[in-house]
Design a protein around this ligand. Structure first.
Ligand SMILES: [Zn+2]
Length: 283
């Protein structure tokens, strides 16, 4: 039942050496100088165009650092909202870009041959004082728990990658998200983009200083890709806490036996699953 973590040297390449293939998953909320506005997430915030620009620059920094270290393949996955946020023309032409929504697949194009995942712009799961903290939908949910422990998009997405034995190598985000990530992937590398004060408030580092550090750490990663595979052993327990009682009432979540999740609280549904990707049929 317990999640398993283990040190990984990175996937082996067909030639027997280390793989030089990297996967960069890019969200928007965790990048430098990005906050929400009262009562809203990022999509309708005046900060959204800046967030797209800065996420592009932080991604470019990671791509440039990895290629400088000899990477031979990089997939950039634009995964916020509609999956169409970044300025792709600013990225090195050697990258491939996974984008859009509707396939129901996390990490399009990922397989066991990749050396690891770099997470850019992800955000904390619900926590006091954490900028834009939520899990997948701030309107729909107020928390998710794997085997009783709070989990965010970082942990759940890492568990999807863990099905392919692909480790987490890097996380850049606000200080609260980074501390959550350190508890889950202690051997990865990290960059703190800003100090969170509230959903809509932070003290950020300068955007260019963040990019410079991401580039430097990514070059280190390209040369020495260390991190942790985040694996969920089947069956595991998932608790979903909805924001509104109606959400729990109408959710079609079913467990590993096809039975509806149990209503363990007016706002909470609980059940056992074998595969974490099942969750994405419902959210
Ligand atoms: Zn997002």
């Amino acid at each position: 039942m317990a999640e398993e973590r283990r040190f990984s040297e990175g996937a082996a390449s067909p030639e027997g050496g280390r793989s030089k293939k990297f996967y960069i998953a890019v969200d928007l909320e965790g990048v430098a100088c990005v906050i929400g506005t009262n009562g809203q997430g990022l999509r309708n915030s005046p900060d959204y165009p800046f967030a797209c620009r800065q996420a592009t620059k932080e991604t470019k920094a990671a791509v440039d650092g990895l290629f400088a270290a000899g990477a031979d393949e990089i997939i950039v996955w634009d995964c916020h909202g509609t999956g169409w946020n970044l300025d792709y023309e600013m990225l090195d032409p050697r990258v491939k870009i996974a984008m859009g929504a509707g396939s129901g697949k996390r990490f399009p194009g990922l397989d066991r041959s990749f050396a690891g995942i770099l997470f850019i712009g992800y955000h904390a799961f619900d926590a006091p004082g954490a900028v834009l903290s939520h899990v997948y939908s701030s309107a729909g949910f107020s928390g998710m728990f794997l085997n009783g422990k709070p989990a965010g998009e970082l942990q759940i997405d890492a568990a999807v990658a863990g099905k392919n034995d692909v480790p987490v190598l890097f996380v850049s985000s606000d200080d609260i998200c980074v501390s959550q990530a350190k508890a889950s992937f202690p051997d990865a590398r990290f960059v703190v983009t800003k100090t969170s004060l509230a959903w809509n408030s932070c003290v950020s580092r300068h955007p260019d200083a963040v990019c410079e550090e991401i580039r430097r750490k990514s070059e280190e990663i390209g040369k020495d890709p260390r991190g942790n595979v985040y694996r969920l052993e089947a069956p595991f327990r998932l608790d979903v806490r909805f924001k509104r009682m109606e959400g729990a009432q109408h959710s079609p979540l079913t467990d590993r036996s096809g039975r509806p999740f149990e209503r363990t609280d007016p706002y909470v549904l609980s059940g056992e699953l074998d595969d974490i990707e099942t969750l994405f049929r419902y959210i």
